[in-house]
Design a protein around this ligand. Structure first.
Ligand SMILES: *Cc1c(COP(=O)(O)O)cnc(C)c1O
Length: 233
C-alpha cells in the first residue's frame, strides 16, 4: 500500500546521534505552543528489524526507551544489550499472541497492544505467576479498519474495566490511525476516549506524524524510520 500521508517520514541527520537530536528538537518545538514539557513525552525508538549494531549508537547517545513488535525478536536482541545498558526500558508495540504472554511479561517493561479479553486473561495470569506487573496500553482500532488490530471503540470501556478488575496497571490508550488520511482527528478522538475513561497516557504518533501527535497530547511517541532510516530491503 502506498503511503499518501501528508507528512512522509523525514530522516534528518547523518548519524544516529544527529537523528536523535533532530527528533528530540521536533518534540520540544511542538510542546511549546501546546504548553507541554518535553520531559512529559517519552520517545520510544522502534528498533524492529534493526540489529544490535544499529541500536548501540542510539544507546550511546543516551536513548533508553526502545520498541519491538515481536517478542521472539526482542528475546534475540535485547538480553545481550541489556548486559551493557541495564537501564533500558523495552516496549512491545506489535500484536501479542496469548501464548507469548509469559515471555512478554518476563522481558518487557510496557505492552502497547492489549486489545482483547482473551489476551487480558493471559496477561493477568502471566503477571500473577511472575509476580511482576507490566503496565499496558489498551490499543484502540481508532479508524474502525477491519484489517487492523485494536479493540473496537465501543468495546474499549469494557476492556478497560476488565483490566482494572484483573489488576493490570493501565498506562493509557494506543492507536495506529489509518495510513492514507490526516491523522490529527484520530489522535484527538483517542485523547477524548482516554480522558472519558480516566486514563492519562496516549501512545500515538510514528515517524510521519509524531509532531502532530505531540500537539494533541501524546505521552509516548513510537518512532522508527526517522531514527534508524528505512527498514527492510
Ligand atoms: C513500526 C512501528 C512504528 C514505527 O514506525 P515508523 O513509521 O518507522 O516510525 C510505530 N508503531 C508501531 C505499532 C509499529 O509497528
Amino acid at each position: 500500500m502506498k503511503n499518501a500521508r501528508p507528512n512522509p517520514p523525514a530522516i534528518r541527520g547523518r548519524n544516529a546521534e544527529e537523528r536523535l537530536a533532530n527528533v528530540r528538537e521536533n518534540i520540544a518545538r511542538m510542546c511549546k505552543p501546546a504548553r507541554r514539557e518535553p520531559e512529559d513525552v517519552t520517545l520510544i525508538a522502534v528498533s524492529k528489524t534493526h540489529g544490535a549494531e544499529a541500536i548501540r549508537p542510539l544507546l550511546e547517545a543516551g536513548q533508553r526507551d526502545f520498541g519491538e513488535n515481536r517478542v521472539a525478536e526482542a528475546q534475540d536482541k535485547w538480553p545481550g544489550l541489556r548486559e551493557e545498558f541495564a537501564d533500558v526500558r523495552l516496549h512491545l508495540v506489535g500484536q501479542l499472541q496469548s501464548n507469548k504472554a509469559e515471555d512478554a511479561v518476563a522481558l518487557l517493561d510496557c505492552i502497547h497492544s492489549l486489545d482483547r479479553p482473551s489476551l487480558l486473561k493471559a496477561l493477568a495470569k502471566a503477571m500473577d505467576k511472575a509476580d511482576r506487573r507490566v503496565p499496558c496500553f489498551v490499543q484502540v482500532n481508532i479508524g474502525d479498519e477491519p484489517q487492523k488490530g485494536g479493540c473496537a471503540i465501543s468495546d474499549t470501556p469494557a476492556l478497560i474495566a476488565a483490566a482494572r478488575e484483573a489488576d493490570i496497571p493501565l498506562a493509557g490508550l494506543m492507536c495506529i490511525p489509518p495510513a492514507e488520511i490526516e491523522a490529527a482527528p484520530f489522535f484527538a478522538l483517542l485523547a477524548k476516549l482516554a480522558h472519558d475513561n480516566g486514563l492519562a497516557g496516549l501512545s500515538m504518533g510514528m515517524s510521519g506524524d509524531y509532531e502532530t501527535a505531540v500537539q494533541l497530547g501524546a505521552t509516548h511517541v513510537r518512532v522508527g524510520t526517522a531514527l534508524f532510516g528505512a527498514r527492510g530491503g
